[in-house]
Design a protein around this ligand. Structure first.
Ligand SMILES: [Zn+2]
Ligand SMILES: [Zn+2]
Length: 277
C-alpha cells in the first residue's frame, strides 16, 4: 500500500489504498490548495520524475534536495557529527542515490524538523536509516503520518548532541524550531533556520512571516521573542530553507538588523524613498 504524498506541501499520509480526501497542512491559512485542486502522488511516482540534488555546503554539511524541485522546494541538510549524524528538515524524495550517499557519510541518528511544512517523507527516511525523529510537541496536531519513531519534545531548547541544539522560536508555527550548530562556519557557529527565520532575496537580510505564500506577517511580540531566544547563541552564517538562501557572513547582526527593520515597519511604517544598508 502506498503512503500518499500531497503535491503542494509534500506531506506524506498513512499507508492506504485510497488517496486522502484532503491535506490538513494545505487547508491551513499558512498554505494553500494547489490551483488544479488537491492532488496526491506517491514516492514511487516521484522517483520516476525527480532525481537527487546533492551539494556540499561546507565541511561537515551536505544539502540534499531534488531536481526538478517538488512541492515547497526546500532541501534538507545533513550534519556530520561524531556522536551520530543529524538530518535537518526533510524532503519528499528518498531514492537509491540519496540512500547510498547518506550511508557513505555514516547514515542518520536523528532527524529534526523545523515545522510541519517540511515533515514530508520523514517516516520513510527514519525507517531507511533507523533514525529517530524529533518534532516539537506544540505542532503535534500537524503530524499527518504518525509513527513510533517520532519523539515529541517540549520546552524551548533541546541539545541533540554536544554543540547541536534545537531552539524553539515559535512564530511561523507554535513549535517553530531552528538548529544551532556550534562547529559550523569554522567554529563561528551556524544557524539552520528552515523558514522560521527566512533568508530573503537580499541575502544580507532575513524576515519572518506567519504565512509566506499568503503574506501574513508576524506580530511584533513574536519577532521580539525570536530575537531574544537567539540572543545567547553565536552564529556567523544562516542556512535558510533552499539551496542558495544563505546569509554567508555576519549573520547574527543580519538577524538583529532585520528584526529592527521589521518592527519599525510594523510599528511606525516606512517613510521616504528607501533606506541604505
Ligand atoms: Zn499539503
Ligand atoms: Zn513554512
Amino acid at each position: 500500500m502506498p503512503a500518499f504524498i500531497c503535491d503542494t506541501c509534500g506531506a506524506q499520509y498513512p499507508d492506504s489504498n485510497y488517496e486522502p480526501g484532503h491535506c490538513s497542512i494545505c487547508e491551513d491559512e499558512r498554505q494553500y490548495i494547489g490551483w488544479q485542486g488537491q492532488q496526491f502522488t506517491t514516492l514511487e511516482r516521484l522517483r520516476e520524475r525527480l532525481r537527487a540534488d546533492i551539494r556540499r555546503q561546507e565541511p561537515g554539511l551536505a544539502g540534499i534536495g531534488s531536481e526538478p524541485s517538488f512541492a515547497i522546494g526546500q532541501r534538507a541538510l545533513l550534519i556530520q557529527n561524531m556522536g551520530g549524524n543529524v538530518l535537518w528538515d526533510c524532503i519528499s524524495l528518498l531514492d537509491d542515490e540519496i540512500v547510498e550517499y547518506v550511508s557513505s557519510l555514516g547514515g542518520i541518528g536523528t532527524i529534526a524538523i523545523s515545522h510541519p511544512h517540511y515533515y514530508t517523507s520523514m517516516v520513510d527516511w527514519a525507517r531507511a536509516f533507523d533514525a529517530r525523529i524529533c518534532l516539537h510537541a506544540a505542532d503535534r496536531q500537524w503530524v499527518t503520518r504518525p509513527d513510533e519513531r517520532i519523539d515529541l519534545w517540549d520546552g524551548d531548547q533541546l541539545e541533540l548532541e554536544p554543540g547541536i541544539t534545537l531552539l524553539r522560536l515559535g512564530g511561523h508555527f507554535a513549535g517553530g524550531t531552528v538548529l544551532h550548530w556550534a562547529e559550523g562556519q569554522e567554529g563561528r557557529g551556524a544557524l539552520l533556520s528552515g523558514d522560521i527565520v527566512q533568508v530573503v532575496q537580499d541575502r544580507r537580510w532575513v524576515s519572518f512571516m506567519r504565512s509566506y505564500p499568503n503574506l501574513i506577517p508576524l506580530s511584533s511580540s513574536d519577532v521580539r521573542q525570536i530575537v531574544s531566544r537567539l540572543e545567547p547563541y553565536q552564529f556567523a552564517r544562516i542556512y535558510g530553507a533552499w539551496f542558495g538562501r544563505v546569509v554567508a557572513e555576519d549573520a547574527k547582526n543580519a538577524l538583529e538588523r532585520s528584526a529592527e527593520r521589521y518592527l519599525r515597519a510594523l510599528e511606525e511604517g516606512f517613510t521616504g524613498e528607501g533606506t541604505n544598508g
